[in-house]
Design a binder for this molecule. Structure first.
Ligand code: CP
Ligand code: NVA
Length: 301
């Protein structure tokens, strides 16, 4: 594994190895054991979109591993004034030991990895959010003890989260059911991948059908970063695509609820369901730290 660009690139084994290492790093941190596995290493963190969790967990994570993180806002970088990503890749490769990038176009991340000579970590694009999904799988496994054989339901927009969850879930042996409205379905590349999994994957317009017998229900915002102008149109399109009590009643007893955050209560999730599952949701947020430390150690050590 040279980069973390999308879940589609990882084998089941690579995913499970990352989750095992993340569990170990979480245990060690909780017991006051710190190994400076990345002492002297620097991670550049390019942000072309806002972030709370990704920024703070990467910056804290690299620090805990003995390295140093540089926050690089596109407002300040020359990339924000049109310097080609290819040149940025070649320059940053001369200074840094790794790059994390949050941007719009997946192709920009792939180019950075192709042209640069250091590991690149995708911190979210319009296409996918692999760091989040590693933390999600870690959290589900932590609570349920296993991934294989569980049913994951995804309710809402066929966006970056849906694309990554479908691939991550299927690769780790989960059954995945996605409920998305027409016109807001997951990416073709992801549906083509899922087509090889037969009955283990279903795509429907019916939230109750997707949630039936689920062990974990995921959702995400109706309008992602960059889609603020479509918020009103999307509110109409996604009406009913909400994680609420009725949906939980159709799921298995003890069904978990996960949300990558930030959440919009009253839209994709009710305040009641959010608060009833807050422990799991904030475990999920915490696990970003541990999962990303595992990614950094694997790629940059
Ligand atoms: N879930 C997530 O990536 O959060 P941020 O946008 O705050 O980084
Ligand atoms: N789908 C959301 C996820 C945020 C972490 C977005 O892209 O804005």
């Amino acid at each position: 594994m040279k980069h973390l660009l999308k879940m589609l690139d990882l084998s089941e084994n690579e995913i499970l190895e990352l989750l095992d290492l993340a569990d170990q790093l979480k245990y060690e941190l909780g017991h006051g054991i710190r190994h400076p596995l990345l002492a002297g290493k620097t991670l550049g963190m390019i942000f072309q979109k806002a972030s709370t969790r990704t920024r703070v967990s990467f910056e804290t994570g690299i620090y805990q591993l003995g390295g140093y993180g540089l926050f690089l806002s596109s407002h300040d970088l020359q990339i924000g004034r049109g310097e080609p990503v290819e040149d940025t890749a070649r320059v940053l490769s001369r200074y840094l030991d790794g790059i994390m990038i949050r941007t719009f176009d997946q192709e920009e991340v792939e180019t950075l990895a192709r042209v640069g000579s250091i590991p690149v970590i995708n911190g979210l694009t319009d296409f996918c959010h692999p760091c989040q999904v590693l933390a999600d799988l870690m959290t589900v496994r932590e609570h349920k003890g296993i991934l294989e054989g569980l049913k994951m339901a995804y309710i809402g927009d066929g966006n970056n989260m849906a694309n990554s969850l479908i691939v991550g879930g299927l690769k780790t042996g989960m059954r995945v059911a996605a409920a998305c409205p027409d016109g807001y379905r997951p990416a073709k590349e992801v549906l083509d991948f899922a087509a090889d999994f037969g009955d283990a994957f279903t795509l429907t317009g019916d939230c109750l059908e997707a949630a039936a017998g689920a062990d974990v229900i995921f959702t995400d915002v109706w309008a992602s970063m960059g889609q603020e102008g479509e918020a009103e149109k999307r509110r109409a399109a996604f009406k009913g695509y909400q994680v609420n009590g009725a949906l939980l009643a159709a799921a298995n007893p003890g069904c978990m609820v996960q949300h990558c955050l930030p959440a919009h209560r009253g839209e994709e999730i009710t305040a009641e369901v959010f608060e009833a599952h807050a422990q799991e949701i904030f475990d999920e947020a915490e696990n970003r730290l541990h999962a990303q430390k595992a990614v950094m150690v694997t790629l940059m050590k």
